[in-house]
Design a protein around this ligand. Structure first.
Ligand SMILES: [Mn+2]
Length: 343
């Protein structure tokens, strides 16, 4: 650390953002989950943790608003090899099942049903890894963030943070509600994350869904009937703004009733697809980069603690580094505001 020059960090170290921290001396640990087994449309998000890591070296550490908050220590953990392997193997099976469901009117045959069971079992294994890793980080007195992977990877991380903090709100920034009961037979689909969370929402008083713009009727009904969820649709947010309401006031109204501790679950497709063109299920009309960072800042300024976060669904293409570049910068802001709000 003594020899570390933060203005010349691209050669100094192999840590994320070019930082010289180890697990032991970092306050914030990032859990990578290179996972996209049940992705139903575009793929590539399993490559996101590695691509974001590579893109992270481009970022200047000094932050105009938060200064040298990075000094508290950020460390990107390594995912175990079996997570990479399970993802690769099961993704192939899942893709065959998805292809069948999209092209055939017949139900799955016995072999396919067995494959589906196996996919669901291996997804349980990924969840167990995330649960164990999250709990270990918390036991070690550190804060955790998760880098997906598809959004299903975040389930056990959110639950672990909620159990530790006892009373949190989850702020989900997403084009989708992720409230499907299961999707294409996959229990742990990215489209079912919040439905699965609602089944064991210990410690979660509210899930605020921000930026929704592509949901099905059953999801809309669930939002209506469940006291756990409050949804803010993108077209409503824009309409309020067009009619003269300030984004600051919209955010204030949302934040004011939340408990002191919040978790941010950030699906990159909550942002406009111009900022994440390779995400798995892009929907036009999302948030701008600084509209999201402004929310982090308002949470912090209103005295909330960001108790944990995830950043998921970043799509990686061989032809462009743009998605990873945007994601690395968003991740850095998330890390800084999380560290700052934890004192
Ligand atoms: Mn989404």
């Amino acid at each position: 650390m003594d020899s570390f020059n933060p203005d010349n960090n691209f050669l100094q170290s192999e840590g994320i953002f070019g930082l010289p921290f180890t697990y032991d001396d970092a306050k914030l640990i990032l859990i990578p989950v290179p996972w996209e087994v049940t992705c139903s449309y575009g793929d590539g998000t399993c490559k996101a943790p590695d691509a974001i890591y590579k893109a992270s070296f481009q970022i200047d550490l000094f932050d105009h608003n938060l200064g040298e908050e990075w000094k508290k220590g950020i460390y990107l953990d390594l995912a175990p090899e079996y997570i990479y392997d399970d993802n690769a193997v099961q993704r192939r099976f899942a893709r065959q099942i998805i292809h069948h469901l999209e092209t055939e009117s017949k139900p799955l045959n016995d072999r396919q049903t067995k494959q589906l069971d196996e996919v669901n079992k291996v997804c349980d294994g990924m969840n167990a890894y995330v649960a164990e890793k999250s709990t270990q980080i918390h036991t070690d007195g550190k804060i955790s963030g998760l880098v997906g992977g598809d959004h299903s990877a975040a389930l056990e991380h959110i639950k672990a943070v909620a159990k530790r903090e006892k009373e949190i709100a989850v702020i989900q920034i997403d084009a989708h509600a992720d409230l499907r009961e299961s999707y294409m037979g996959f229990t742990h689909s990215h489209a079912s994350l919040m439905n699965n969370l609602a089944k064991d929402a210990t410690g979660i008083t509210k899930v605020i869904q921000l930026g929704l713009r592509d949901i099905c009727k059953a999801e809309a009904d669930l939002i209506q009937s469940s006291p756990l969820f409050s949804a803010f649709f993108m077209n409503d947010i824009r309409q309020w703004q067009y009619e003269g309401k300030k984004l600051k006031d919209i955010y204030s109204d949302i934040i004011k009733d939340l408990p002191d501790k919040v978790y941010i679950s950030l699906d990159i497709d909550g942002l406009d697809p111009s900022l994440c063109p390779n995400t798995g299920t892009p929907v036009p009309g999302g948030f701008d980069f600084y509209e999201v960072v402004f929310l982090f800042a308002m949470l912090h300024e209103s005295g909330k603690k960001i108790a944990g976060f995830d950043l998921c669904e970043v799509g990686i293409s061989d032809n462009s580094e743009w998605d990873a570049n945007v994601a690395a910068r968003l991740l850095y802001q998330l890390c800084l505001y999380t560290l700052r709000s934890n004192g």
